[in-house]
Design a protein around this ligand. Structure first.
Ligand code: ZN
Length: 453
């Protein structure tokens, strides 16, 4: 099956609904950069794909970093003098400052307040806070509850452990005809947060399942990793292999109602940058384009100068640019099936451009061939797009000199990649075009290396 056939076979909204259900299954779990919640989440994803779980022991050096201690939590609450739990981890896993060390103390409100975090401008939302690399403890709560806490002594219990263990990550490799790889990477370390985290996990695992059903030129590598430390760890363990990654996308924030946003790779003009931009331009919908910056998700690591991989990030509203970001309002209502499905369709369209972006050679380069004689000209009467189809064939014939790939031709002609690919198919069918070589994908970056910034 080709990707186009796959796209046509997907019933409307069914995939989006399934993605939303999967997000719902993952939602209650308290994930963090290490620990049981992360592993439990990977095991839920195995309902989609048989991903492999790798464990890297605490203390392992990974470039300039060290794999941290493993954090697990069972129970956490703050109790008032009447014995009522005023904050309870059992009600929302966002209540705990992630990586809180175990404590059991009694203390007055003033001292307790130094360990409490709220958002005054959104008094009904619980914030999400972490303290991975500095030992601390704390609770996150709505500002309304914080304001309601009376003077007195509070009992605090955090039954957690921060000890030597390991960092887990999930990996799924889908082999293609070529060893050249497309990387799809998503951070999977946030607790009950839907757009930032779960939308990416469900999109990546669904994309993996679907791509498993199609003929592939590229090998696809899917990574489900804790943010930052996960990509650093993977890159440290695969420094040589990483050069196989020719294109990559970091997936996050793909379930909200905002328009699609593409953040370019550090290279800025890599094939993935051009493919993503082309798809968005021809989507007929609003989109945003962001230049690379060394801030954001794991593209920071993939695009660090030692690697400089062609990895961009395709999202809807980017991190930090929606008020619900890193709060309890980033929930299952904020993320919708139709947006998840639209994002998935955009990913499939970008992958299709990468897969089909081949270089052809015109077999009749001396003046235009006679298309009519070959049944290609005005033959398909009634086709309303016949004029565009003919124009696309002329562009493909003219530019297929062995140097231009189909995406180059689409960009230069202003036509969509789909129109150009259909034209190339028709011309190949009558022998007017031949693929330059079986390995005629143009990703090899050498030609463009001088442009790297
Ligand atoms: Zn986040």
């Amino acid at each position: 099956m080709t990707i186009t056939e796959l796209e046509r076979s997907l019933p409307s909204l069914e995939t989006g609904k399934a993605m939303h259900r999967l997000a719902g299954e993952l939602y209650p779990i308290c994930r963090s950069i290490t620990g049981k919640g992360f592993r439990d989440s990977l095991s839920i994803l195995t309902s989609q794909i048989p991903l492999k779980v790798h464990e890297v022991p605490t203390g392992t050096r990974v470039f300039d970093w060290t794999v941290p201690k493993e954090w697990n939590i069972r129970e956490a609450w703050v109790r008032n003098e009447r014995g009522e739990n005023v904050i309870d981890f059992a009600k929302s896993n966002l209540h705990i400052l992630q990586y809180s060390v175990p404590v059991h103390v009694r203390l007055p409100l003033e001292e307790l307040k130094a360990h409490l975090f709220s958002i005054p401008e959104h008094p009904d939302w619980i914030p999400y806070r972490t303290s991975y690399y500095k030992e601390n403890w704390g609770f996150c709560l709505t500002h309304r509850v914080l304001e309601s806490l009376g003077e007195g002594t509070y009992e605090v219990l955090i039954d957690s452990s921060l000890a030597a263990g390991s960092l887990a990550y999930g990996e799924y490799l889908l082999p293609g005809k070529s060893e050249d790889e497309v990387l799809i990477s998503c951070h999977s370390c946030h607790p009950s947060l839907c757009n930032d985290n779960l939308s990416g996990m469900t999109l990546a695992s669904t994309l993996a399942r679907l791509l498993g059903q199609v003929d592939r030129h590229y090998t696809y590598r899917f990574l489900f990793i804790p943010g930052a430390i996960g990509s650093i760890t993977w890159l440290a363990r695969h420094q040589k292999k990483a050069t196989r990654i020719k294109h990559g996308l970091v997936v996050a924030c793909v379930g909200d109602g905002g328009s699609m946003t593409y953040k370019k790779s550090r290279r800025g003009d890599a094939e993935i940058d051009r493919a993503a931009l082309h798809v968005l331009k021809h989507s007929g919908k609003q989109y945003r384009l962001e230049e690379f910056s060394p801030y954001g998700y794991d593209e920071r690591q993939y695009c660090s100068p030692g690697f400089n991989l062609a990895v961009g990030s395709l999202s809807r509203t980017p991190h930090g640019q929606f008020p619900e970001y890193h709060t309890s309002a980033d929930n299952l209502e904020f993320v919708r099936a139709e947006y998840l499905e639209d994002s998935l369709a955009t990913y499939l369209a970008v992958v299709r451009v990468l897969e089909e972006n081949r270089i052809y050679v015109n077999q009749n380069p001396f003046c235009e061939p006679q298309l009519g004689r070959r049944g290609l000209y005005r033959s398909m009467g009634g086709r309303t797009d016949q004029a565009v189809h003919e124009l696309a064939m002329l562009w493909v014939l003219n530019l297929s000199d062995g140097a231009n790939a189909l995406l180059d031709i689409a960009e230069r002609s202003g036509l969509s990649f789909d129109q150009i690919a259909v034209a190339a198919d028709a011309l190949s069918g009558v022998g007017l075009l031949r693929q330059k070589s079986p390995k005629s994908h143009p990703h090899t970056p050498t030609r463009r290396r001088r442009n790297t910034r």
